[in-house]
Design a protein around this ligand. Structure first.
Ligand code: 3HC
Length: 389
């Protein structure tokens, strides 16, 4: 199996590494040798860590011997599958797909690792829109087990099945969306966490550190919400927010992320975002106060409401949402499992309180309202998103 990866940045080099670790032949394409050489160093560094920890038996050099790099698309002439991972600019993605469409064999599949751009918008530019699909990895790809598979309205079901199998061959757990929605499952929920975190800070309910302390110490998330935004890249956060809201997602007034991007403080990649990091591209866990007054149910309330929306619209079910959050974001428990434990009545109270302040996005979803009004409030009542014996 030969895989072409276009774009060797944060996600692209990680995807190439994952494919090579799975024994696949990889063709990695980018616009300059400087960028490609940097990607090779990053793959080597990551593989070395995985080898030293015993996660992989093969040496980094042996894995990397399956990766060929080039600034030309010509090396993808024999590829069975291509994955694009370039910045979130629709015109740029379309250009990449036009190039791939010319070079990659006609019966091969073209996938995009976009965070939020609709797959149909990208596929339409090619001569094979039924062979174009979303294959969404999580940062860092070598560690995160999830791959979201997003068929567009044109995608052939065989292409979806092939992509699901490919994700499994790469050692990942695929979650397949039934219908394409902007931001998919992962980033729709991530957006809601970002929005609520921002609302709390900008309305002076809490500081950045207090929100993150509650996320990490009370909810036991691996990173605080702002810390995760820094890790993903604040430019990426602003882009995915814009794409989802422009396509119908409800907005929440917030300027914090945009202001950081305007100041070129992009998070880990630039060495500074909401927090300072040792050097550009080098993450180290941020120091947070052990105590925080922020109720954990407040942090996840809007995200749970989004989960209810995804269920209401039959995009995925509760288990699939939780798989996304556990394997894509390393949540210790699923988002809806957490909601059931906290109590859906408490989640609903948070939503009502905040929507009463005038925030449209927090209007409780009918699925949630119905559950609470019929006494399904989670673990305490024996039934919520899940049934408890
Ligand atoms: N390759 C190999 N190993 C790596 C690695 C990489 N790229 N990155 C980190 N590691 C290793 C470290 O070397 C360390 O190994 P050790 O235990 O042997 O010393 C181990 O992983 C833990 O790393 P750290 O000590 O640096 O830090 P943490 O314990 O905080 O773990 C983390 C890092 C795994 C990233 C964890 O913080 C986490 O799970 N965070 C959440 C990440 C997340 O949510 N990602 C999804 C973002 S959203 C997204 O990508 C979608 C997009 O569309 C926006």
């Amino acid at each position: 199996m030969q895989i072409a990866v276009v774009g060797s940045g944060t996600m692209g080099h990680g995807i190439a590494e994952v494919a090579a670790m799975a024994g696949m032949e990889v063709k990695l394409i980018d616009i300059s040798w400087d960028i490609l050489n940097k990607a090779k160093e990053r793959m080597y560094d990551s593989l070395k860590r995985l080898h030293e920890r015993g996660t992989i038996k093969e040496t980094p050099d042996s894995v990397l011997s399956r990766v060929e790099m080039s600034t030309s698309y010509e090396i993808a002439r024999q590829s069975d599958f291509a994955i694009e991972a370039v910045p979130e600019i629709l015109d740029l993605k379309r250009k990449v797909f036009q190039e791939l469409d010319k070079v990659v064999p006609k019966d091969s599949i073209l996938a995009t690792n976009t965070s939020s751009i609709p797959i149909s918008d990208i596929g339409e530019i090619t001569s094979r829109k039924e062979r174009v699909i979303g294959m969404h990895f999580f940062n860092p790809p070598p560690l995160m087990k999830l791959v979201e598979v997003i068929p567009s309205k044109y995608t052939d079901p065989d292409v979806t099945n092939f992509t699901v199998d490919l994700a499994k061959k790469m050692g990942k757990t695929p979650v397949r969306l039934r219908v394409e929605v902007p931001g998919f499952v992962s980033n729709r929920i991530f957006l809601r966490l970002l929005q609520e975190a921002c609302r709390e800070v900008e309305s002076r309910e809490a500081t950045v550190e207090e929100v993150d302390s509650s996320a990490r110490n009370k909810l036991k998330l691996p990173m605080g919400v702002f810390e995760l935004a820094d890790y993903v890249g604040l430019d990426v956060v602003v882009d995915l927010w814009k794409v989802i809201v422009e396509r119908g997602g409800t907005d929440v007034k917030c300027s914090s992320y945009k202001e950081k991007v305007e100041r070129k403080e992009l998070g880990v990649k630039s060495g500074k975002g909401f927090y300072a990091y040792p050097s550009p591209g080098k993450y180290s866990k941020v120091q947070l106060p052990p105590e925080s007054k922020v109720p954990p149910e407040r942090i996840i309330s809007l995200a749970v409401n989004e989960g209810a929306w995804l269920i209401e619209n039959n995009i995925v079910n509760a288990q699939e949402i939780d798989t996304v959050m556990k394997l894509g974001f390393n949540f210790p428990k699923g988002l809806l499992e957490m909601a059931d434990e906290i109590g859906l009545d408490k989640i609903l109270n948070q939503l009502r309180e905040i929507s009463d302040m005038g925030y449209q996005a927090y209007l409780p979803n009918p699925v949630l309202v119905k559950m609470v009004s019929s006494g399904e409030i989670g673990v305490r009542s024996g039934k919520g998103f899940y049934v408890y014996k």
